[in-house]
Ligand binder design. Structure first.
Ligand code: PLP
Length: 285
């Protein structure tokens, strides 16, 4: 597999980054994950805009790492054997003697590779998941897509330890998002999800689902459900580039609604599948 590193295309096992790289030392680094369907990237412009926003938010100077990401993305997407997968892009503040202050003029480290999508066995319920509620132990800039993910790593591990797939994160009594996903709850007739602010990562899949919901006439309210509202929700969904749109059927071991994916999930999931097909055909981005 060839990876992109600082302007070069190199076999993955011979790609090298300095041990003094600030991504390694401090987690001083931002990233993106871009889905690919049929060799075509999904919402590439929005993902690259979010990467730019993450870099700006942490004061990374783009001039220290010039790269034309669309060209890199196109080349990576072409390498995916079956056409479906994800692109991983990472930018660190470069290698420099260890001190917290930004180094003067250290070139950014630019890294990217493509990962094939793992196909689910036929008949498996890949779009059905379980979750547990956890305290949101992360920092207060969840809108920045940084690789400083130790809190998310611990939260996912806690979910797995408790026999679930995802941790839904509670802060001040509100469920803002998951450890690796955005969260939607069907409360009464409305689909509720946290507003885009510093307490969530503004998911690109979340945006697409909001557009699809509008097209389907599903009323949406961008207000985070409380823990009690989530427990009483008829349906709970999560969205992310890797998991797409999935139904959460149990939370803390208790069934959500009747414990099966509900009608709102089925409508949004079907619309999302159609959207993906259109991306594959080159009719949508
Ligand atoms: C904390 C968190 N929220 C939300 C998302 C979903 O974002 P996207 O739909 O852009 O993948 C992710 C994805 O990795 C995430 O890690």
């Amino acid at each position: 597999m060839l990876v992109y590193l600082n302007g070069d295309w190199i076999p993955a096992d011979s790609a090298r980054v300095s041990v003094f790289d600030r991504g390694f030392i401090f987690g001083d680094s931002v990233y993106e994950v871009i889905p690919v369907y049929g060799h075509r990237t999904f919402r590439e412009a929005a993902h690259l805009a979010r990467l730019k926003a993450s870099m700006a938010a942490v004061g990374m100077d783009e001039r220290l790492g010039p790269v034309h990401w669309p060209t890199v993305c196109t080349r990576l997407a072409e390498t995916l054997p079956a056409g479906d997968g994800t692109l991983y892009l990472q930018v660190t503040r470069g290698a420099a003697p260890r001190q917290h202050a930004f180094p003067a003029n250290a070139p950014l480290t630019l890294f990217a590779y493509a990962r094939p999508r793992v196909s689910e066995p036929a008949g498996s319920a890949a779009s059905e998941m379980t979750a547990v509620l956890c305290d949101d132990i992360r920092w207060a800039r969840c809108d920045i897509k940084t690789t400083s993910l130790i809190a998310n790593v611990l939260l996912v591990q806690e979910a797995l330890r408790r026999g679930a797939d995802e941790a839904l994160l509670v802060r001040d009594g509100l469920v803002n998002e998951g450890a690796v996903s955005n969260v939607f709850a069907v409360c009464g007739e409305r689909l509720r999800t946290a507003p885009r602010n510093h307490l969530i990562l503004g998911g690109i899949t979340r945006d697409v689902v909001l557009e699809l919901a509008a097209g389907l006439g599903i009323a949406v309210e961008e207000r985070a459900p409380s823990q009690a509202e989530l427990s009483g929700a008829r349906e709970v969904l999560i969205t992310s580039s890797s998991r797409e749109v999935a139904a959460v059927t149990r939370i803390d071991g208790r069934p959500v609604g009747d414990g099966r994916p509900g009608p709102v999930f089925h409508r949004l999931h079907a619309a999302f599948e159609t959207f993906k097909e259109e991306v594959r055909m080159g009719r949508r981005m």
